[in-house]
Design a protein around this ligand. Sequence first.
Ligand SMILES: Nc1ncnc2c1ncn2[C@@H]1O[C@H](COP(=O)(O)OP(=O)(O)OP(=O)(O)O)[C@@H](O)[C@H]1O
Ligand SMILES: [Mg+2]
Length: 327
Amino acid sequence: MNPYKMVVAVANQKGGCAKTTTAVNLAAALAKGNRKMGLPPAKVLLIDLDPQGNCATSFGVEKKSVKKTTYDLLSNDLGDELPLMDEYLLSPKKLTEAMRAAWSLRNGGKKAPANITSGNLWLLPSDIHLSGAEIELSHKIGRETRLREALLPIVDNFDYIIIDTPPSLGLLSINAMCAANWVMVPVQAEYYALEGFSMLMNSIKMIQRRINRQLKIFGVVMTMVDSRSKLSRHVCDQVNTKMPNKLFNTTVRRLVKVAEAPWSGAPTVILNKPTNSGSGAGSLEYWTLAKEFHQRTLEMRREFGVNEVPRLLLDRQNRQNLTPPPN
Ligand SMILES: Nc1ncnc2c1ncn2[C@@H]1O[C@H](COP(=O)(O)OP(=O)(O)OP(=O)(O)O)[C@@H](O)[C@H]1O
Ligand SMILES: [Mg+2]
């Protein structure tokens, strides 16, 4: 895969460090875009590789309504016959309907506000069945590269593919890091945060050496930061020393609205208007992270001398080419 493609695994084997929150908000912000912030809308696919299935619930999708999941995709054993990815993805329309229904349910049947829409986001959901996949796949050929194989036919349909991973370095995380060419590491600003960090770096190096030479660290983002605490600043400094130039300038503070948002059926970047303080502060921080993510992508592509045409523009051009000329 070309190094300038943005297939990004959000990974850290440490539990609860905001992998899902970061993957979901980043994907939602990139897919919606924000004209005021200079962030153009993009076509985004979010993949849930965690059996906890939290990505779907973050968008108000009821797990029992999901028919096909990452489990079905990874355990598919049809040899050359790859499954039709379209059947597995929840479309932007479905995600919007689910978010709006969940919002109404939580707000006494009121009509959801107009801003609760998912933009250009597709979701490949997961559920608890995926927890059995590691054992089931363990004796199968190509077990580490199943996701990569399944994604190959659709990689070019999206500007960004973001993969949420479970809190372990097992076969599911390995599948994510084989399918991706970049890793984004959320680090919670707390005392134990760096304990597993070298283990994660070793796993990434091992995958680079053995299976996926393209894999690189895109960035490290500090999450749940308490700006008043010396410890938070100490952890940020340590990450900066270990990984120069990789730490994102944007940090995300521990803010209750970020944690509460999925309960109302939508990620904070969709639910809360970004503001400097108050209820929209967490939303603004994730919007700012998405902007920095986009800018870093453009810089990286400039380094490779590549000018990728945004998929929405390409889709429009293709549609125009298909329309018969007027008589
Ligand atoms: N910036 C934040 N402020 C407050 N709470 C947060 C923030 N980010 C995440 N949380 C909360 O912290 C908890 C863990 O977050 P999340 O589920 O995103 O972590 P995770 O790394 O995906 O966890 P796991 O390892 O179990 O998959 C959740 O309850 C989430 O709502
Ligand atoms: Mg998670």
